[in-house]
Each structure stands twice: as C-alpha cells, then as structure tokens.
Design a protein around this ligand. Sequence first.
Ligand code: GDP
Length: 440
Amino acid sequence: MFDNLSDKLDKALHVLKGHGSITEVNVAETLKEVRRALLDADVNFKTAKEFTNTVKEKALGQNVLTTLQPGQLMVKLVKDELTELMGGETAGINLSGTPTVILMSGLQGSGKTTFSGKLANYLKTKKTKKPLLVACDIYRPAAINQLHVVGDQIGVEVYSEPENKNPVQIAQNAIAHAKQNGFNVVIVDTAGRLAIDEAMMTEIANVHKAINPHETLFVVDAMTGQDAVNTAKTFNERLNFDGVVLTKLDGDTRGGAAISIKSVVDKPIKFIGTGEKMDAIDVFHPARMADRILGMGDVVSLVERAQEQFDEEEARKLQKKIAKNQFGFDDFLSQIQQVKKMGSMKDLVGMIPGAGKALKDVDIDDDAFKGIEAIIHSMTPTERTQPSVINGSRKKRIAKGSGTSVQQVNQLLKQFDQMSKMMKMMQGGGGRKMMQAMGK
Ligand code: GDP
C-alpha cells in the first residue's frame, strides 16, 4: 500500500537526519521534497501546498521547545499533519435506526456491490446485527444477480424486485419488508454509471430523498486518484453524503485519494476495501494510516486482527491436547487456517514496522502454506492423529496425492515432530529438558 509515497517521504525526511538543528533552509529543502512526494502520489496541488506550509510553520515554531532531533521532529509533524488531513479521529457509522438504513452511492465498478456485501458481513459478525441487502439497480439484471451471489456467500438475505423499474419503490418496499421481518439494518445498493450522468444523479437523489437514510456512503476506487476526488465532489453536492468508502487499497494505489478526499469534500473516510473477498474490509483509522504511509507499520491493527481470530475455547482445547500428547496434523491445519484468516501475507507484513519497506520488493507468496496443506489433506485420519504410522510406502502415497515429493513429506514430518516435542516441553514447564532437547 502506498509504497512509492512511503519511499519518497522516507528519503525526504532523511535530509534532516544529519542536521543538529532546524533552520529555515533545511526545513524548506525537506518540505520541497515532501511536497513533491505528495504531488507524485496524486495529492492535489492546493492540499499539498497547504500541508507543507502548516508543517513548516510548526517546525520553525517548535524548534526550541523540543528535545527531539530535527529528523524525528519532522517525522512527527508530518505524521500528525497527515493524520489531521485524513480526518484526525476515526469516524464511526450511525447504527441508531430501527432499522438503520444505509444507502450506497458511487460509479459503476467502484466496488459498491462488493462493499455492500462486506459491510453486511461486518455488521453481522462484529456488531451482531441482522442486515438485509437490497438490489436497486434496475438497468443491469447481472447486478441484481451479483448481489444475490454475494448474499448467498455470507448468508445474508437479498431483497430484489426484478420486474419493478422504480428504484424508489423497491427501496421503500425493502424497508417495509425489513420492518416486518426483524431486520435491523437495510443496505441499499444502487445503480452506478461509468461516468457522472444527470439521469443517474437524479435517480439516486430521489431514492435518497424518499428513504432518508441514516448513513449515505460514497464508494470510490482509490486507484482513480484525482478522479476519485472530483467524483466525490459531485456526489457530495447532490447527496451531502456522510462518509467515504475507499476501495482497492490493496492494489498499487498511489495514495492521493486517501490523503486529499477529506480536505476536499470535508467528509471522513469511514471504511477501506483491501481485496475482493468478503472479509477484506477495515475501519479507516487516520493515525494508523499515517503510520503506514510513513513506513512505521500498524501494530495496533495487526494485534487486533490476531485477536479477532483468537478463539479462547479453541486455545484451551488445544492446550489440553498438547498436554496429553494428542496434538495432530488436523490441529496443525486449523492453526494454519487461523493465520490465513488474518489476511494476505503481504498485507500482514506491511503492518510490521520497518518490514514493509525492507520486504517491499520480495514477492511474498500467499500460498506459502499450500504445499503443507496439500500434504496434510492427503493423509488418512489415522495418519493425522498418529503420524508415527507413516512408513515409507505411506510417504510415497502422500507425496503422490499432494503433488509433492517424499522429501517434502519427510521435511514436514520432521518439523512437526520437533514442534510437538517443543510444545510438550513448554507445557511441562521443563525449561531444562527443552535445552537438553535442543542441544541434542
Ligand atoms: P460496482 O459496479 O460498484 O457494484 O462494483 P463491484 O462491486 O462489482 O466491483 C467491481 C470490481 O472491483 C469487481 O471485480 C470486484 O471484485 C473488485 N473489487 C471491489 N472491491 C475491491 C477491493 O477492495 N480490492 C480489489 N482488489 N478489488 C475490488
């Protein structure tokens, strides 16, 4: 995410590292590079200029009041200002209605339908809500089908009226349906066009007026840079929306949209989309995003993701199994699955301070576990619980079934064996025994 921008800001801020104090000259030199980095990232000219002016004033004003090194001070000021520019505080969504009505707006292809599904899934799992998805695109039957596919995938009901050509009516009927059937959130996915067009704007404005949503979200593709900001402006003038959803931040996005949209439309970014899967949704936290942009990682989000996947009950069961020497390959497999649920490897590495930058050019294989999973899947239930029965002919069979080699199977068995021993010793509290085992 934002690799290029992070790189350039890092270089710009390096200028001050060797200096003992902040002066007009070295500040100006640094900020010239910062501004260039922002412009390259497609931040609009006015925003970039205001940004560097503010940082400059603060830097020169604070110089005497701080014990920070000039380089550190500048990083802090840039970080604070980036956070401010992206909205300062994290903005939540209003879920107070009965039902809460959320209207999605945006151009076709921005990721509206995908995000509607992600949001329904998020509200269902994290906020224990009962959402209803509503298909209001009356032009493209494929769009209605797409929402049904998404709904099936996440187990959320989808309301549609394929024969009805009146989106206002469909939305109103859906809300009535929600009230009668105990849904407490209604997410209305609307029709988008490839570009701004008056008929589309009138249509969504009419739906907006008729259903008076608690939240109107504007969905925009982060890859479109300044166009994203311009589209946001037009939609905001018509709908006065409540928040922005930035999608496709997993791609090779330059970052301009994320940085400038708030200052241009004065509406916060509320969520980001980081992939095509239904769980690739994150609440937008300006400070954490600033950390990531400056290559400082995002440990808080990393820990939160780990916590989300952590199941206390499961952990307890696992502990018992280890104690009884019953930890098998099925348990190993479920551990791998838990790690995978935390997100793509590249995404996770990007959250580790310093690692994102260091590993930027390394191709991180998301299927790093694929071989291991294939080998385990080729084992019989007995082999999984009692790996000791795996003899030479079984190894050959497993290698063949998983498309790997006997050598790879051996390697996994060896690793598994070492891991089991280690776990057993940690359980027994036998530090000494463990040292002995490792010395063997
Ligand atoms: P809509 O026309 O606005 O409803 O857009 P869709 O939801 O159909 O999305 C358009 C395309 O973008 C689809 O291929 C989605 O899979 C993809 N997409 C949506 N959100 C994301 C995202 O956060 N990351 C990536 N990589 N792709 C996304």
